[in-house]
Design a binder for this molecule. Structure first.
Ligand code: ADP
Ligand code: ZN
Ligand code: ZN
Length: 753
């Protein structure tokens, strides 16, 4: 009778987390079958091991040989940890980004949940029987401590943590036990509510939060979003709003509408630590509209907090999640609204396997759940903008700053003239120094930004601003000191490095980046009395330090803040009236077809930090190429004109978003070997995908050598990613790779270094 399925058993399909991509079948005993459901985490036997896995199907499928099925050994949690739509999402990510199922599941499910860690249970106590006066008097006399405990408990509305009470009343467990034995107290074990919802990042700055009366533009946008919520279907909106136009208020009101409809809300921000104000405002607003639990999801959570947050969401107790990239996988129930703030931010792309884009995954999840997706930015990505122009997405606009505050005036300083005047390398122009001094004297604040997205090896003429570019790829050539050549890192084209500028014959054609330290020193020299503080990667990694600096800046203890563009996001300080961008050029010179886009975004975002209070703001941009398009368009604040122009550029070269790009990077200690395999791979692709993909490469990566590994790349342009990715993965599987060559595939790459 072994081969027959017990009437009450059930066959389940499981994705094991065991290092391979297979679906395996198991039997769930009648007892487990009652609770087991799609999305549950289970422990199952494989050979002699036991591994964790996720149930993807319940109910027997016909062609399974029941006699061979082993039993599911454990159901880790009663409730599913993934929703059915998250399982679909996992499969989509696997196919699109070319990752293993296991790596996708490991990214989706926090380690503490995957390990089957159990929520910490603690004892909660309350009064079960009220004592009569006689008993109480007796207790008072004979055991005053027990009486104190009784008195405390009887006043509580809901059960309290036993540990906390004893600590607070300074009582011993013995006192408690005596009272317990008398039968007055009820105990219950409950999951301890840890601090995932009360985490300190959101409250790192106190933000007052009241709902504003929406201005006319905001009103129109919120109405249009509500209409789509009513429709209950998938729809994506690009919310294109200038900095300070009140986008956050629009998100908040849309969020309230979704919550009123009983829906869950996913709110993505590029980085929680960098957008403390946005996170603080969301939480403050939720606190105000009543008992809505929100989970703030970020990289500093402890394992326990992650577990609690996850469980709060999958049980439906919490209905809002706010967080960076990985929050897109939070097990929200009944998702209805997806918000992606600063949708253009490259930080949404993960740069390790699976290399998913948080915004794109969010939109796909919105599609699966028939949700409304709102992608907001002052400087939309070309990808999103094209979808809006095509009519695939709706577009909503906020064209004015709230209260008609003016956008700051932007001055462009031609650094070639500064250098000609001073006859030596200069960090701060005369105009910038003047304006910094003015602010300091008026007790207003300034921020100086430094652009760190450059490669010092790119070649720029400091006299005329000329940059030598590849004719075929229209990206700057990179200078190679070793053999005095210029190389295109996309197609491999190569030429002898010129001794003088090909355009103006000046010999001053090298460029080196500056650090925040040098800027700080330069400012100190001209304004020795000003309080100047520097924020860099090092400061950022120390959460408390960063928080303290922002606090000091807000309270006016700091006059000038110097930092990289990392701090350009989301800061809203009313007393900042001057923003300086020290080196606007650097991001123009990277061999990346998004160089213009990045520069434009940087300028607009950075200048958005000025003049957010009652005082008007000014921006000083220093550049050796003051006439470059992104700088000129940013100066006039003409976002649409810039995007239109850039869209045309992209179309001309058939760059994304007109085609999709899959980038392959191969690396290893032996450059010849790496180049050989890059070549072999490309040949295979040519054979198998002729006419489907256009191959560019192999060529050295812009960063040719990293940690003693030489890096080469192939670019594959295609119309559709998933089918091509599948073939690329097959080819990768067919090649017998030497141990010292590693290859990586990246769909829709953001980092092209
Ligand atoms: P954005 O995200 O578009 O840069 P914010 O949402 O941060 O803009 O709004 C800018 C400022 O304007 C914030 O201080 C916000 O509190 C305030 N604000 C937003 N909407 C209104 C409104 N309708 N009336 C008055 N102030 C508003
Ligand atoms: Zn020149
Ligand atoms: Zn080229």
């Amino acid at each position: 009778m072994e081969s027959r399925l017990d009437l009450h058993d059930e066959v389940v399909a499981v994705w094991p987390l065991a290092g391979f991509d297979k679906t395996l079948h198991y039997r769930a005993s009648a007892k487990l079958a009652e609770t087991i459901a799609v999305g549950c985490l289970v422990r199952v036997p494989i050979g002699r091991r036991f591994v964790l896995g996720v149930v993807v199907e319940t109910g027997a499928s016909a062609d399974v040989d029941y006699s061979k099925l082993k039993l599911v050994s454990q159901l880790c949690y009663d409730e599913p940890i993934l929703t059915p739509e998250l399982l679909k999402l996992a499969e989509w990510i696997r196919a699109y980004y070319g990752a293993s199922r296991e790596s996708v599941l490991e990214t989706m499910i926090p380690a503490s949940v995957r390990r089957g860690m159990s929520p910490k249970k603690i004892k909660y106590v309350s009064i079960s029987n009220e004592a009569n006066d006689e008993v109480l008097a007796e207790l008072e006399r004979r055991a005053p401590k027990q009486k104190a405990l009784y008195d405390f408990l009887v006043q509580q509305i809901k059960p309290q943590s036993k540990g906390l009470i004893l600590k607070r009343l300074k009582l011993s467990p013995a006192t408690y036990n005596s009272l317990y034995k008398k039968g007055f107290v009820r105990e219950e074990s409950r999951i301890e509510e840890r601090t995932a919802y009360e985490d300190d990042i959101g409250s790192m700055e106190f933000v007052e939060e009241k709902a504003f009366e929406l201005n006319e533009e905001q009103q129109i946008v919120v109405e249009s979003l509500r209409k789509n919520l009513d429709r209950g279907d998938f729809r994506a909106h690009l919310l294109c709003g200038v900095t300070g136009s009140g986008k956050t208020e629009v998100y908040l009101q849309a969020m309230e509408s979704a919550l009123e409809r009983g829906q869950g809300v996913l709110f993505l921000v590029p980085e929680v630590a960098l957008t403390p104000q946005t996170v603080g405002r969301i939480r403050a607003r939720l606190a105000q509209i009543g008992n809505i639990e929100a989970v703030v999801w970020h990289s500093h959570l402890s394992d326990g907090e992650r577990l609690d947050g996850w469980m709060a969401l999958s049980s439906g107790r919490a209905r809002v999640v706010v967080g960076a990239r990985s929050a897109v996988f939070a097990p929200l129930q009944n998702l209805g609204l997806v918000i992606v703030d600063e949708e253009h931010e490259p930080a949404f792309k993960q740069d390790e396997t699976p290399r998913y884009h948080g915004r794109d995954v969010a939109v796909y999840r919105g599609y699966l759940t028939k949700s409304l997706c709102v992608l907001g930015s002052a400087t939309p990505s070309l990808e999103t903008y094209r979808n809006a122009v095509n009519g695939k997405y709706a577009i909503d606009r906020l064209t004015k700053r709230v209260d008609d505050r003016s956008l700051p005036m932007m001055h462009i300083v031609d650094m070639r003239q500064e250098i000609a005047r001073t006859r030596k390398p200069t960090q701060l122009s005369r105009m910038l120094v003047e304006k910094l001094r003015e602010r300091f004297e008026r007790k207003e604040q300034s921020i100086l930004f430094l652009n760190r997205r450059g490669f010092s090896a790119s070649m720029l003429c400091q006299e005329c601003g000329h940059i030598e570019s590849c004719e075929r790829c229209s990206v700057p050539m990179t200078y190679h000191r070793s053999d005095e050549t210029l190389k295109c890192h996309l197609c491999g084209a190569e030429s002898v490095a010129p001794m003088v500028c090909p355009s103006c014959r000046s010999p001053r054609i090298r460029w080196k980046g500056m650090g925040t330290q040098r800027i700080e020193n330069a400012v100190t020299k001209v304004l020795p009395k000003a309080k100047i503080v520097r924020v860099d990667a090092d400061t950022m990694s120390r959460k408390h330090l960063f928080r303290q600096i922002l606090g000091d800046f807000r309270s006016g203890k700091i006059d000038i803040l110097v930092g990289t563009q990392m701090i350009a996001k989301g800061l809203d300080y009313p007393n900042v009236t001057l923003v300086g961008l020290v080196d606007a050029d650097l991001s123009l010179h990277i061999p990346d077809f998004r160089a213009n886009e990045r520069t434009f975004q940087l300028l607009v975002q950075v200048s958005g930090r000025a003049g957010r209070g009652d005082l008007a703001g000014e921006v000083v941009v220093q550049s050796c190429t003051p006439h470059a398009d992104p700088i000129q368009f940013a100066r006039h604040g003409d976002v649409d004109a810039f995007l239109q122009m850039e869209l045309e550029n992209r179309e001309r070269f058939q760059y994304p978003p007109f085609r999709r790009l899959i980038r392959q990077v191969l690396r290893g200690p032996n450059p010849d070997k790496v180049a050989f395999f890059a070549e072999q791979f490309a040949k295979q692709v040519e054979k198998r995908l002729d006419g489907v993909v256009e191959i560019r490469g192999p060529a050295p990566c812009p960063i040719e050598k990293m940690k003693d590994n030489y890096r080469f790349q192939n670019w594959y342009f295609t119309a559709g990613v998933s089918p091509v990715m599948a073939v690329l993965r097959e080819i990768a599987g067919d090649i017998s790779w030497p141990a010292d060559v590693v290859q990586v595939l990246d769909a829709d790459p953001m980092m092209l270094s």
